[in-house]
Design a protein around this ligand. Structure first.
Ligand SMILES: *Cc1c(COP(=O)(O)O)cnc(C)c1O
Length: 367
């Protein structure tokens, strides 16, 4: 008898997530100096962690022999003040990915349909399959979520709808007005999950609190992994109507968010200066990449999809070959083949010199 004889059938079929490749791994595999590798593969903040977040984390290490505050009390207070909601309207997770999984634990039965765009953040599909539910994938239009088509894909069996804006990997966003209209058009009994992983990069993120006040079944997701620069700590959160959020709390482990991550998040939330600097640098980086790709596109088959996030999707023939060549030259980006996009790479916005290096290496690849 083998373990695989005993596996649940839907787990046997579960696809495996392919993360951005770590610098150390690439260095080891290709015999490169890790110091000479740049990683533009996971939409991390190229400026590093929020300095206030990092200082708070260092301080918290002193008490690491203690269990964390399982209720994340001080962090909940900070978040409640930031969003002007009640502390009972938030749930923290080990990354917002955990909150997505908690949504599955709490609400998805086998056979439930879950509507999502494609290509969109792949974790929606993975979590849907994990619970034996059925992903209903609606193609994007012009790289943007097609809300009319998504609405049309909702049936009596639909339990949940995912909408990320800006979307990963396309970098496109939907307008606040159409998002609210879409959410209000959903039938009774459908949970609307709005993923705001890149909201802080928008000049004015959509405000879904009116939906919460109207008593709609909406859950918003945010993360400390992106603009706050705390990806390694694994911390994110969901917010929405207290009634729904409290159900998610039942499904979580008692200490799902570690003490150091909680402290870092509290520190980072007070770091407006860092957020502002990150936004400014990112906007400049997007322009730099846009100009660089536009220049290359005059002579080479490459183009860039305009982005509202901290990454860009680049169309290029045979993207896997290009990915391998860039990696050999010490630039790690993300091939989008796992999303079915064999002609696209996703490149995170780096520092000015990292962006320059990416553009140079891409130019060399074409020569
Ligand atoms: C990065 C990302 C997340 C956040 O993941 P964490 O688990 O919080 O690190 C969520 N949604 C999207 C669309 C993302 O790109």
């Amino acid at each position: 008898m083998k373990f695989s004889d005993l596996i649940k059938p839907h787990i046997a079929k579960q696809p495996i997530y392919e993360p951005g490749r770590p610098i150390e791994t690439v260095a080891r595999e290709l015999g490169l100096n890790p110091k000479e590798i740049i990683k533009l593969a996971s939409n991390e903040n190229p400026l590093g962690a929020s300095p206030r977040g990092l200082a708070a984390a260092r301080e918290a290490l002193q008490e690491v022999h203690r269990y964390p505050d399982g209720g994340c009390w001080f962090l909940l207070e900070k978040l409640a003040a930031r969003h002007q909601l009640g502390t009972g309207q938030f749930i923290l997770g080990n990354g917002s990915n955990e909150v997505i999984e908690l949504l599955g634990h709490t609400f998805l039965n086998e056979g439930d349909e879950v509507v999502m765009g494609t290509p969109a953040f792949i974790v929606y599909k993975l979590v849907t399959l994990l619970f034996g539910a059925i992903p209903v994938e609606v193609p994007l239009q012009n790289h943007r979520h097609d809300l009319a088509a998504m609405r049309a894909a909702v049936t009596k069996r639909t339990k949940m709808v995912f909408l990320p804006s800006p979307n990963n990997p396309t970098g496109t966003a939907n307008e606040a007005g159409e998002i609210l209209e879409f959410a209000r058009s959903l039938p009774e009994g459908v949970i609307f999950v709005f993923d705001e992983a890149y909201a802080e990069y928008l000049p004015k993120p959509p405000d879904l609190r009116p939906l919460i006040e109207e008593g709609r079944l909406v859950i918003c997701l945010r993360t400390f992994s992106k603009i706050f620069g705390l990806a390694g700590f694994r911390i994110g959160y969901g917010y929405g109507p207290e009634e729904g959020i409290q159900l998610l709390h039942r499904a979580r482990q008692p200490f799902n968010v570690n003490a150091i991550a909680q402290a870092a998040a509290i520190g980072a939330l007070g770091d407006e200066e860092f957020l502002q600097r990150s936004r400014t640098e990112n906007a400049a980086g997007l322009v730099q990449l846009e100009k660089g790709i536009a220049r290359l596109s005059e002579h080479h088959p490459v183009e860039m999809v305009p982005s509202k996030g901290n990454f860009v999707m680049v169309r290029i023939d045979d993207a896997l070959t290009c990915f391998a060549a860039l990696q050999k030259a010490g630039v790690i980006c993300r091939p989008l083949a796992p999303y079915g996009l064999t002609d696209f790479l996703r490149v995170s916005v780096g520092t000015e010199s990292e962006n320059e290096r990416f553009l140079d290496v891409l130019e060399d690849y074409f020569q």
